[in-house]
Design a binder for this molecule. Structure first.
Ligand code: HXC
Length: 258
């Protein structure tokens, strides 16, 4: 598949997607989002891939939806035509883990895209923000919903209403990102995390992703019930037998994804 706005690389069991519109700080236009959706789906259905990393450039993960492309859209274009938002949720259908490796600006849709990933590893120069209010609009890909869940209502309101940016240290304190590393270490750290995940049993990895995500969609008792069923289901896998046998035999487990 030929892409113009992203670069897709396969590194052993990890699919690495680099957002690549350098002249526009990786502003997310329809073409980029279409390509990202196609790449994610192809990696998800590729049996050789066990984890996915999405990154941008050193200056910008993504500076948001493409303002030039959407400036003149009408309500009918956005509502009836579903312009801008059409392909944004493809990433939610992906069953393998997706890590965002964020350096530089992650603003507006860029911050929202990072939050749609399963976790975020940030470089020290990362800056997160939802500045849509300055453009006379509001976050349109989950910013007002995922941010309060990730960092509290107070900080989410602050960011969405004042448009201020949050630096990497604050983002880590607030729980938006899982780790902060020096810029030159970002990709290495993200790929190492992805390789660690890729060394685990893929069906178990997928169950864990499904179960953690369920925490955001249901009550605690329903979520715990769901987790219990998946925990029980794991005993139907060969990989559970291998993992526990390997521990008892004091050796490394070799999972077969079965
Ligand atoms: C289109 C963008 C862009 C964007 C930057 N560029 N962000 N183009 N859409 N979101 C372009 C600039 O126009 C410029 O092009 C080039 O990238 C470099 O940007 P500069 O502004 O010159 O760089 P700098 O001075 O370093 O400032 C960086 C910045 C600023 C702080 C990130 O670019 C900025 O504020 N960008 C907009 C951020 C934003 O408002 N995002 C939210 C968008 S709305 P030229 O051709 O002049 O060199 C949104 C809604 C989501 O995301 C809805 C999802 C469904």
């Amino acid at each position: 598949m030929e892409f113009e706005c992203i670069i897709l690389e396969i590194k052993e069991k990890v699919g690495l997607i680099t957002l690549h519109r350098p002249k526009a700080l990786n502003a997310l236009n329809d073409q980029l989002m279409n390509e990202l959706g196609s790449a994610l789906k192809s990696l998800d259905s590729n049996e050789a891939i066990q984890c996915i990393v999405i990154t941008g450039s050193e200056k910008a993960f993504a500076a948001g939806a493409d303002i030039a492309a959407m400036a003149n859209y009408s309500f009918m274009d956005t509502y009836k035509g579903d312009y801008i938002t059409r392909n944004w949720e493809t990433i939610r259908q992906i069953r393998k883990p997706v890590i965002a490796a964020v350096a530089g600006y992650a603003l507006g849709g860029g911050c929202e895209l990072a939050m749609m990933c399963d976790f975020i590893i940030a470089a020290e120069n990362a800056k997160f923000g939802q500045p849509e209010i300055k453009l006379g609009t509001l976050p349109g890909a989950g910013g007002t919903q995922r941010l309060p869940r990730a960092i509290s209502k107070s900080k989410a309101m602050d960011m969405c209403l004042t448009a201020r940016m949050m630096d990497a240290a604050e983002a880590e304190r607030a729980g938006l990102v899982s780790r902060v590393v020096p810029l030159e270490m970002l990709l290495e750290e993200a790929m190492a995390a992805a390789s660690t995940i890729a060394s685990m049993s893929l069906p178990i990895v997928m169950m864990i992703k499904e179960s953690v995500n369920r925490a955001y969609e249901t009550t605690l008792s329903e979520g715990v019930h769901f987790e219990r069923r998946l925990f029980q289901a794991s005993f139907g896998t060969e990989d559970q037998k291998e993992g526990m046998a390997a521990f008892l035999e004091k050796r490394s487990a070799v999972f077969k994804n079965q």
